[in-house]
Write a protein of this length. Sequence first.
Length: 379
Amino acid sequence: MATQGQVITCKAAVAWEANKPLLIEEVQVAPPQAGEVRVKILFTALCHTDAYTWSGKDPEGLFPCILGHEAAGIVESVGEGVTEVQPGDHVIPCYQAECRECKFCKSGKTNLCGKVRAATGVGVMMNDRKSRFSVKGASIYHFMGTSTFSEYTVVHDVSVAKIDPKAPLEKVCLLGCGVPTGLGAVWNTAKVEAGSIVAVFGLGTVGLAVAEGAKTAGASRIIGIDIDSKKFEIAKNFGVTEFVNPKDHDKPIQQVIVDLTDGGVDYSFECIGNVSIMRAALECCHKGWGTSVIVGVAASGQEISTRPFQLVTGRVWKGTAFGGFKSRSQVPWLVEKYMKKEIKVDEYITHNLTLAEINEAFDLMHEGGCLRCVLKVHG
Ligand SMILES: NC(=O)C1=CN([C@@H]2O[C@H](COP(=O)(O)OP(=O)(O)OC[C@H]3O[C@@H](n4cnc5c(N)ncnc54)[C@H](OP(=O)(O)O)[C@@H]3O)[C@@H](O)[C@H]2O)C=CC1
Ligand SMILES: N[C@@H](CCC(=O)N[C@@H](CSC=O)C(=O)NCC(=O)O)C(=O)O
Ligand SMILES: [Zn+2]
Ligand SMILES: [Zn+2]
């Protein structure tokens, strides 16, 4: 292949500073080293976590960087020792790696992987602790080990899932983050049983995927809570059976939910990233068994609190990363489920733009009508 082993110059959206508009730059992307894969990104969506890091509130946020972690593309070239993917394979980059060798992977208790996390948290590659991106000689940090707001990116081989080449990349890019996170929070982390009463706080993509997961798990009631009543109509399509807008009530929202459910819900999910709502989500759970799962990502310095009595009396607080899914093993399975129409994906895509329009796409995220905006990255 003509580009193999060569530096590729291409377009990428660079976040030079927190909160400053992203700039489309000519970026040099170095060839993949041992254990690395260079991917031509065809489509990327925006997730709220990109906005969070861009805002400057992420303690791991480094600038300048190339954000983006919910995408799909085609392998352009591979470094030495890479055996599981080859040029031409269709792939989804995975910010949650899966090496199958580290103590996390072998534990059978978690989907977290320790192989490359120390490097991805500081915006570099494991091999030489350097970035593969530069602009006019200045190094640009990677983000979450994926950096998909670029025409080409370099990822670790443990951070890439090979998928069915027949899958439409402009849709299945969503299986890189938000949809699996919501489904997996229900199926893997909470393990919701049929007949359960479920509360979902925040009806963005992640919260709606929680609702979808709860519906397929056979939940009897799925209560959606959001401050924007316009979300309620669309939420019905994802399985939400009842809606509560905290603005319509004088009582604390946890009391409203407890009163609605004869003592509290079996499972609750916080899909916003607001520590006060995390408390409410725990405290609306039923005494003795109610379990609350934290999905939302809260800003640096924010901490959760509740009376320990809430836990003493049987409520359980959990959290989830990528919905507990083992990325390389299970993302291809999620793609197959989508192809068989067993899970929704298209329904979460409300907007389509191009990489050049990325700042408009971020603006859309803050408007009520946007779930996921998919960017066409090339041409
Ligand atoms: N743990 C993990 O692995 C992952 C975590 N995340 C995190 O999950 C969260 C959700 O992501 P995403 O769905 O993309 O985000 P969205 O912003 O699309 O969804 C959040 C929703 O919550 C609403 N909301 C805001 N404040 C409140 C409130 N006080 N009470 C009720 N609803 C409220 C928002 O309304 P409005 O739009 O009007 O503000 C919005 O509808 C984010 O924190 C994200 O970083 C995402 C992916 C993976
Ligand atoms: N750098 C952030 C960490 C944010 C975070 O918790 N990320 C989630 C994925 S969010 C995707 O949209 C995650 O998987 N966490 C596990 C991990 O190892 O990062 C911060 O410090 O707040
Ligand atoms: Zn995400
Ligand atoms: Zn591992």
